[in-house]
Ligand binder design. Structure first.
Ligand code: PBG
Length: 324
């Protein structure tokens, strides 16, 4: 029997704001967000990142002030990135007990002990060549890099980091770090693995923010963005190696991957809305093409709906300060 009128009218539940709110399926909570911060040593001024409007490099001397400010705004978790002036071929400052990685963790935890500090664990900001590990004959040496990842992880843990977040994309990095941490007595320091990390064009603005010197690309260690099965496999391997939480990076172009991994494991899953995703929204909004807040809400909502429990985003502070 056909009728002129629809049998089903979803619009009934959209009539008023109260109805729309009542039937809303997900919400983005500030407590789910992690704010990445860039900290530069040996400078006295804030350095704006031109490719990321609104993002600055924080001078190390101002870090205590900034951590207080973030905590007051309601930020509960941060990811630390150092902008180093002490580069060498292997990135040894990153495992120096008084190097930038160690100091960032110590300052953050000394200032606000409850702030969850995730220490990005990599070498690209500490090496002269900008690669994420030891380079031998133009090849990134996987196993030599593992040793250094273990060293950096132990130093970060000793300095108070709650999470070691390895982003070097080396095979076996989670196992190497877990072994090093346990061997040094840091059984309670957790690992947030950048478990599925694509070789992405969306990291473009990060190069400026982090002061990375890389010429070339990371395609021999980061993943091909065209691969679905390998993306799942990479995260499952990190789960087996002992990761406490997994991550998909970037987020917005890989919502299918977030969903695939969500369905393949029961570990907590993070997704990183990276620098290029941030920049696209900021520049398009500044040009008047889109509304920034609706776009931020929609993109973070999509990441959450896809299955991410935790979202790492440069918008976290704006959200803390302004809400949606
Ligand atoms: C370090 C690292 C990168 C990012 C996070 N950790 C750069 C890269 O892998 O090239 C990118 C973050 C962003 O773009 O916001 N390996």
């Amino acid at each position: 029997m056909s009728s002129l009128y629809p049998a089903s009218r979803p619009r009934r539940l959209r009539r008023t704001n109260a109805l729309r709110t009542l039937f809303q399926e997900i919400e983005i909570q500030l407590s789910d967000l992690v704010l990445p911060i860039f900290v530069e040593e040996d400078v006295s001024d804030y350095v704006p990142v031109s490719a990321m409007p609104g993002v600055v490099r924080i001078p190390e001397s101002r870090l205590p002030f900034e951590i207080e400010r973030l905590a007051q705004a309601g930020i509960q978790s941060i990811m630390t990135f150092g902008v180093s002036h002490h580069l060498d071929a292997v990135g040894s400052d990153s495992w120096n007990e008084n190097g930038l990685v160690a100091r960032m963790a110590r300052i953050c935890k000394d200032t606000v002990p409850d702030m969850i500090v995730m220490s990005d664990t990599c070498f690209c900001e500490y090496t002269t060549h900008g690669h994420c590990g030891v380079v031998h004959d133009h090849i990134i040496d996987n196993d030599a890099t593992l040793v250094n990842l273990g060293r950096q992880a132990v130093v970060a843990a000793h300095s108070g980091a709650d999470f070691i977040a390895p982003s070097a994309a080396m095979d076996g990095q989670v196992q190497a770090i877990r072994t090093a941490l346990d061997g040094a007595g840091f059984q309670d320091t957790a690992i947030m693995a950048y478990s599925t990390k694509f070789a992405s064009a969306f990291y473009g603005p990060f190069r400026e923010a982090g002061g990375t010197t890389l010429k070339g690309n990371r395609k021999t260690y980061q993943m091909n963005p065209m691969n679905r099965h390998e993306a799942i496999l990479e995260s499952l391997l990190d789960a087996e190696e002992g990761a406490d939480a997994l991550m998909v990076k970037p987020a917005g172009s890989f919502l299918d991957t977030i969903r695939d991994i969500r369905e393949a494991t029961h570990l907590p899953l993070a997704a990183y809305q990276v620098s290029g995703e941030y920049a696209m929204i900021k520049f398009a909004a500044a040009a008047g093409a889109i509304d920034e807040w609706h776009t931020v809400r929609e993109t973070l909502g999509a990441i959450k709906r896809a299955g991410a429990d935790i979202i790492i985003s440069y918008f976290a502070l704006d959200i803390a300060e302004q809400g949606f």
